[in-house]
Ligand binder design. Structure first.
Ligand SMILES: [Cu+2]
Length: 474
């Protein structure tokens, strides 16, 4: 039996998605449609920045409230904050909210306007992602102040014992001078001891906070019996967390993207099953030999989502044809790809068109990425179907592998997290009754400049089709 060991396990700045912490969500709030962007803080407690764009005019007031996603805290909302209206865009509102503890949070948005009121909730994982380092200028200034204060206290003690009981104009005698020197030595030793103890205390606090910094789940990927992929999850140690408390998302506990490296020209969207606590398995479809990166999305019972990353070197897999909700796709090699193209050829004469914004997509700017499928005559494709309950699924990948986000037409929040917010957040709310449009839009914003690939999957005439597009983000 061959065992192909996973090559590397990544520990990225991540969480549900890799390297892409901002949350993008577009949804109905009563009579309104709101595009909500949440930029969680780097440290906890910290301030999250909220941006809301309402499609309809006539909004009078926007209130935002942070609350835990589940548990008693989710039942009792604190007093909301008022989001401020932008001066340039009357339908755009911003606000900031404190996130006090690590874990699964939601931001509730209340809209009041001429059409009545509406609300929606957007889940957001709040995690400490790093320890903020002190910048050099600040450190230098504080060190200088510390030395000044220390020298000051020593010289004050010296002066006090030397001259405080002396008549004005008299010189201190040698006995006083000696006593003053002794007192200054005692003061200096005391100051050094206080600084030393202070440093010990500070270091202990910092290492306690280190344990509080988010570390994503890890996994070892191995191949057993020539085609069975086995994923064993590991917890590198973070807040208490389980390896088997996952919520199903469209009947699957795990949604895994398999990307062929280094050219990213092949993709598989697979759904491994849990066979034991923290162990997932999947019978692989036919795959060429090579190196693959696995991005596995899971959602804990608390609504907290994680993306678990691993790499594996595989031999050629004979495998069984793809079936059920699994799918695969082919695109251009990264090295041969045109980064300005807006058309991807699909099988059976279909084409996927990306309605690219000619102005481009700057980093950190939220946008809706729209794609549609045409038939060979250039007409809108007929026979669209939902793929796992959704008009489409999109993966946003940075070419260097540091960013991965799995996005749906409602945005970057996993459906399983969204379903915890409230009864009104029906995951099927966006589903068209009757004929499904051959168009899907994905709210997202790139976290940083660089080269990205977008892989869009839509189901048409019984088959999942994948279009791949590349772009440069400035
Ligand atoms: Cu999806």
């Amino acid at each position: 039996m061959h065992r192909w060991l996973a090559l590397a396990v990544f520990s990225c700045l991540a969480l549900a998605h890799v390297g892409s912490p901002d949350v993008f969500h577009e949804g109905k709030a009563g009579p309104y449609t709101a595009f909500v962007t949440i930029r969680p803080p780097l440290v906890i407690p910290g301030v999250a920045e909220i941006e809301i764009r309402v499609s309809e005019p006539g909004i009078e007031k926007v209130r935002i409230t942070p609350m835990p996603l589940t548990g008693d805290g989710a039942k009792f909302a604190p007093t909301p904050d008022i989001a401020e209206r932008s001066k340039d865009d009357t339908q755009f509102f911003t606000g900031s909210l404190w996130m006090m503890t690590s874990g699964s949070w939601q931001v509730r948005v209340h809209l009041d306007g001429s059409r009545g009121s509406g609300k929606l909730s957007v889940p957001v994982p709040a995690i400490a992602r790093k320890t903020q380092a002190m910048d050099l200028a600040m450190a230098a200034m504080l060190t200088a102040l510390m030395l000044l204060l220390s020298a000051g206290i020593v010289s004050i003690v010296g002066a006090a014992s030397r001259e405080s009981q002396l008549e004005p104009g008299l010189q201190p005698d040698p006995g006083r001078l000696k006593r003053a020197r002794r007192m200054m030595i005692i003061a200096a030793v005391t100051v050094v001891a206080i600084l030393y103890l202070g440093n010990l205390w500070w270091t202990a606090e910092a290492s306690a906070y280190d344990r509080y910094i988010y570390k994503p789940l890890e996994m070892d990927a191995t191949l057993e019996q020539s085609e069975r992929l086995v994923l064993k999850l590991r917890d590198p140690g973070w807040l208490p967390r389980l390896l088997d408390d996952f919520l199903p998302d469209h009947n699957h506990l795990m949604h895994m993207y398999v990307i062929r490296l280094p050219e990213m020209e092949r993709v598989w969207h697979l759904h491994p099953e849990m066979t034991a606590s923290g162990v997932f398995e999947h019978k692989l479809p036919p795959m060429p030999a090579g190196r693959y990166r696995l991005y596995s999305d899971v959602v804990h019972k608390s609504g907290f989502p994680e993306t678990i990353v691993a790499e594996i070197e595989l031999p050629e897999i004979a495998g069984k044809p793809i079936e059920g909700d699994d799918s695969t796709g082919v695109g251009p090699k990264l090295s041969a790809s045109n980064r300005d193209l807006a058309v991807a050829g699909l099988e059976d004469g279909y084409r996927m068109i990306w309605e690219r914004d000619p102005k481009g997509y700057p980093a950190r700017k939220p946008a809706v990425f729209r794609f549609r499928i045409e038939d060979e005559k250039g007409e809108p494709a007929e026979g669209m179907e939902l793929y796992m309950g959704m008009p489409g699924h999109a993966a946003f990948l940075k070419h260097d592998g540091t960013v991965f986000a799995h996005v749906h037409p409602s945005g970057s929040v996993p459906m399983a997290s969204l379903s915890l917010t409230s009864a009104e957040a029906d995951p099927h709310a966006g589903h068209a009754r009757g004929v499904l449009s051959p168009e899907a839009g994905f709210p997202y914003g790139f976290p940083s400049p660089g080269h990205y690939r977008i892989i869009v999957q839509m189901k048409l005439a019984g088959k999942v089709r994948a279009g791949m597009f590349d772009l440069n983000v400035n």
